[in-house]
Design a protein around this ligand. Structure first.
Ligand code: ADP
Length: 588
């Protein structure tokens, strides 16, 4: 529907009312004037009729009646009226305008009938003789003895009335037109006075709707509108306060959810995501702009998680589960959401990332299996040789000594593994509980001491150890541990290098770190083994390691010693060309 402006509704209404009133007044005025003219004419005619009657009464006898026609003409000229004399039978005796001989009998004319029976007869009708609308007034003519002699009829054409009325009508029309123009102007001004404040209020309401709640409406002079503007201003203030409260509450909720380590997301009954906190976005791999307005299925393609949410929504209960999303293990806890009226409106899921826990469990399991495996070999050998000795070999002294040598070798190996495991466990524990004491000391001294320990083994194999320690760096160190790490690296460098190769120990400062590198030109390691090299019991060639008396824990100890110093380790190696192991120590 097309809406009209208030102005264009009010102005035509005012005009219609004014016009209606003018028409009514005009009609009433015209009617009154008409009636007044008619009665005036009637009175006038009656007076004239009576005057004429008195004049002609005596001529209504049989003798004089022939003179009535000429009398009618004479009197008509004096009184400017058509005059007709009629006898009691309706025969026209004289007429000022026509020849009575040619006129028909008038006994059927209403004014004549009335005049013969009453005091007067009046009729307004169209005269076929004169072709005009006429007013006829007839009065009886009576003898002195009250005997009816005939009728005197006077008449006037009503054209005069019509002319007079036309003047009145044009006067009314002119006045009406002026009144109408005046009404139009006044109604326009009045309408403006009403509609202007309304227009201002409309723009104020639009401003409120578009969020400009600081806007204030001015108070219009009209009382009702003024009250309305006050109410609207109050509404804006209330609304602003409410929005402020809601925004603050939302921000608080947002802040709480954002700072939660747990991933939290909420869905409605249709599984549409209502809220996904930052942790949940990271855990589920969804971007903040990606989840809004989407369902869980659209945002996260994980059937297990979808089934979990469906289970909560269908079973209306709190459930727990473990779900794998990508490379993460999530412990999920889901519950139904209720609104203030206790109606279910969705589900809330809280997720804990237990990937590290699971990985640690796996490492622990793997470690236990590795330890068992590592220990089983020497124990099986020792058991075998002890049984062989008991079964008689003990009597053969030569064999017995040989077997006991082997048993001793395996025992040493067991001891070495256990020693290394204990060292590793101690370093790890002390690192975790922050019990490793780091004191300011010379890195160069530690290197010199470590090289001193490995020197004999190196010279046995004919491998020279070159030390390049130009800077006498000082750092916060646990000297015995750092020495152990460098000895381990030197041991490996000697073990996995052939005769004629050489080992180089290098110390240098790089930005805020001291880098100790042990480089050899030995067998080197294939790139595929490098990522796992620092794991416990990880060996590239287990047989070779065992033959060399290795426990498979040397590099793991190096890594944990570096971590105990808040540092790190790295390796670079090329098969057949040699390896370089580095320890990075923080330096300040
Ligand atoms: P292991 O007791 O076997 O030496 P480590 O933890 O010290 O155990 O070393 C793990 C594995 O890394 C070794 O078995 C060996 O295969 C490889 N490795 C370590 N250092 C070197 C090196 N300098 N050159 C070649 N391979 C090495």
């Amino acid at each position: 529907m097309k809406h009209k402006k208030l102005l264009w509704q009010l102005v035509p209404t005012y005009l219609a009312i004014t016009l209606g009133a003018l028409l009514l007044v005009g009609w009433l005025a015209a009617n009154t004037v008409h009636r007044f003219y008619i009665s005036q004419t009637e009175t006038d005619l009656e007076v004239r009729a009576h005057l004429i009657k008195e004049q002609v009464k005596k001529d209504f006898n049989l003798v004089n009646r022939l003179s009535l026609d000429s009398l009618s003409e004479a009197l008509s000229q004096i009184s400017s009226t058509r005059i007709t004399f009629i006898d009691i039978n309706g025969n026209v005796l004289g007429d000022s305008d026509e020849d009575p001989a040619e006129m028909e009998n008038h006994s059927d004319r209403p004014e004549i009938k009335q005049a013969l029976t009453a005091q007067k007869g009046v009729s307004i009708r169209y005269s076929t003789t004169l072709k005009k609308r006429m007013m006829y007034l007839a009065i009886p003519v009576k003898s002195d003895a009250n005997e009816s002699l005939g009728v005197v009829r006077v008449s006037l054409p009503l054209v005069t009335i019509k002319d007079a009325l036309a003047h009145v009508y044009s006067g009314i029309a002119m006045g009406g037109l002026l009144g109408l123009i005046l009404a139009a102007v006044i109604s326009y001004l009045v309408s403006k006075r009403i509609s202007n404040p309304l227009i201002e209020m409309k723009s104020g309401a639009i401003a409120f709707a578009s969020g400009k709640l600081n806007h204030r409406l001015t108070s219009p002079p009209v009382e009702e509108l003024s009250e309305l503007s006050t109410a609207m201003n109050k509404m804006a203030v209330d609304l602003s306060k409410r929005i402020e409260t809601v925004t603050r509450q939302r921000n608080e909720l947002e802040a709480v959810l954002s700072s939660m380590v747990e991933g939290v997301f909420a869905v409605d009954i249709e599984e549409k995501l209502l809220r996904v906190n930052r942790s949940a976005q990271a855990l589920l791999g969804v971007k903040s702009e990606n989840w809004q307005g989407r369902t869980l299925t659209e945002a996260v393609r994980n059937p297990d998680l979808q089934r979990f949410v469906i289970d909560i929504l269908e079973n209306h209960e709190t459930i727990e589960d473990e779900i794998v999303v990508g490379d993460k293990f999530l412990q999920v806890h889901g519950t139904i959401l209720h609104d203030a009226a206790d109606r279910e409106f969705g589900a809330l899921v809280v997720m804990n990332d237990i990937t590290r826990l699971r990985k640690l469990e796996n490492i622990r399991r793997e470690f236990a299996a590795n330890v068992s495996h590592e220990l089983r070999t020497p124990i099986t050998s020792i058991k075998g040789f002890v049984e062989t000795l008991r079964d008689g070999a003990i009597d053969d002294k030569e064999s017995a000594v040989h077997f006991l040598d082997i048993t001793a070798k395996h025992t040493n190996r067991l001891n070495a593994i256990i020693e290394d495991l204990l060292s590793l466990a101690r370093i790890e524990q002390n690192t975790e509980s922050d019990r490793i004491e780091l004191t300011r000391g010379s890195v160069r001294d530690v290197i010199m001491s470590a090289v001193g320990i490995s020197l004999q083994k190196a010279s046995e194999k004919g491998i020279p150890i070159e030390i390049n320690c130009s800077v006498d760096a000082h750092a916060d160190i646990a000297a015995p541990l750092l020495e152990r790490a460098i000895v381990n690296l030197l041991d490996n460098a000697i073990n996995y290098s052939g005769k004629g190769s050489q080992v180089m120990v290098n110390v240098e400062k790089q930005n805020s770190e001291i880098v100790i590198s042990v480089k050899d030109s030995g067998c080197g390691i294939d790139a595929e083994y490098l990522p796992r090299l620092f794991e416990r019991f990880y060996r590239v060639d287990p047989d070779r390691s065992r033959k060399l008396g290795g426990t498979g824990l040397g590099l793991a100890i190096v890594k944990h010693i570096a971590l105990a110093h808040n540092g790190k380790v790295s390796v670079e190696s090329k098969l057949g060309e040699g390896s370089e192991f580095r320890i990075y120590l923080p330096h300040s």
